[in-house]
Design a protein around this ligand. Structure first.
Ligand code: ADP
Ligand code: MG
Length: 313
């Protein structure tokens, strides 16, 4: 399932690969559509070597084909909206968290990101008439914050059998960013065995942020995140699934994006997520959710409550 990387191209060794990645040529497709003169000056190689690399990239790139607008309409008819258990948040999202899309919840520590994805892991199992997906869930846990006890509480609150719910949540702990990416590739196999309609990554960026420090590591971090986001996007397409990821905000100025309220991952994460929701704490256990950069929904805010029963409001 793994897509080839630019180092798999004949004629691209580690040094050339590094130069290309630094310059933003992070995947095969970027090279396939590049001109020999640009590639030659970027990577300090001759034009004929550049031409050979580009031709190999064209052969390896999955260019895809054309489908009609009708095909796209048919596929989009299968989109399902998964309830968050909050009317306000559901309507902010146009009905709930969508399948065939990646939704991102970002905010500071304690803003409720993990609570929301636990809630979604439970509601995914509700009947479709009640806003569920009637399906199993994959939960990639990078911060060791998955709590079955919380699933039990949230299930009982909506009259679902907690043990049945737990048995349909497939949890894997990711120990580092590489492991996180491998688990995402493995999720494709799990989805062949089980009817998976929701994949959660909590947190999407924590490992990447901890492992790739400083400006020198930024190109590599973004290249890896780019591949990870592509895999997640492919998962939504292939399984008509919702992917929900959590992300932190930068608490101190980042070397690259100085704004302290910006989510981690820059444009690569931003452009791949269809829905981005910024969470912040408010008075009395309330959380304010703000929808950002949606392609077809107005920006706006919703207030939710997090209680023992889960997300409400
Ligand atoms: P993060 O954004 O860091 O993932 P969390 O989703 O872990 O944040 O949110 C933690 C907050 O959720 C706690 O501070 C608390 O306000 C709330 N919370 C967690 N568990 C419960 C519970 N059982 N009952 C009520 N509130 C809870
Ligand atoms: Mg968390």
């Amino acid at each position: 399932m793994a897509e080839p990387s630019i180092e798999d191209l004949p004629g691209v060794g580690p040094t050339t690969a590094e130069k290309l990645m630094e310059a933003g040529f992070t995947d095969i497709m970027a090279i396939a559509v590049c001109s020999p003169s640009v590639l030659s000056s970027t990577a300090d190689i001759g034009e004929s070597a550049a031409t050979k690399i580009i031709n190999a990239a064209k052969d390896m790139a999955d260019v895809g084909g054309f489908i009609t607008g009708m095909d796209i309409l048919e596929k989009r008819k299968e989109i399902t909206k998964l309830t968050t258990m909050s009317k306000a948040l559901n309507s902010l999202l146009g009905g709930g968290v969508e399948t065939q899309a990646i939704s991102e919840f970002f905010g500071e520590f304690g803003s409720g990101k993990t609570q929301i994805v636990h809630q979604l892991a439970v509601t995914a199992q509700l009947p479709k008439e009640e806003g569920g997906l009637e399906a199993d869930v994959i939960f990639i846990d990078t911060e060791n914050t998955f709590r079955p006890e919380r699933i039990v509480q949230m299930s009982a609150a909506i009259d679902l059998d907690p043990e049945e719910v737990l048995s349909k949540i497939h949890v894997a702990r990711a120990f580092n960013s590489h492991h996180q990416m491998l688990l995402t590739e493995k999720a494709f196999d799990v989805a062949k065995e089980y009817n998976i309609r929701l994949l959660i990554v909590d947190s999407l960026t924590a490992h990447f942020r901890a492992e790739f420090l400083g400006r020198g590591a930024l190109a590599e971090r973004q290249q890896k995140l780019n591949k990870h986001m592509h895999d997640l996007q492919r998962f939504t397409d292939l399984n008509n699934a919702a992917v929900c990821v959590t992300n932190q905000v930068m608490s101190k100025p980042d070397v690259f994006f100085g704004d302290p309220t910006k989510p981690i991952g820059g444009h690569i994460v931003g452009h791949t997520c269809t829905f981005r929701v910024y969470l912040r704490k408010s008075k009395g256990g309330k959380r304010i959710c703000r929808l950002i950069d949606s392609p077809n929904m107005p920006e706006g805010e919703a207030v939710i409550m997090i209680s023992e029963d889960g997300v409400r409001g």
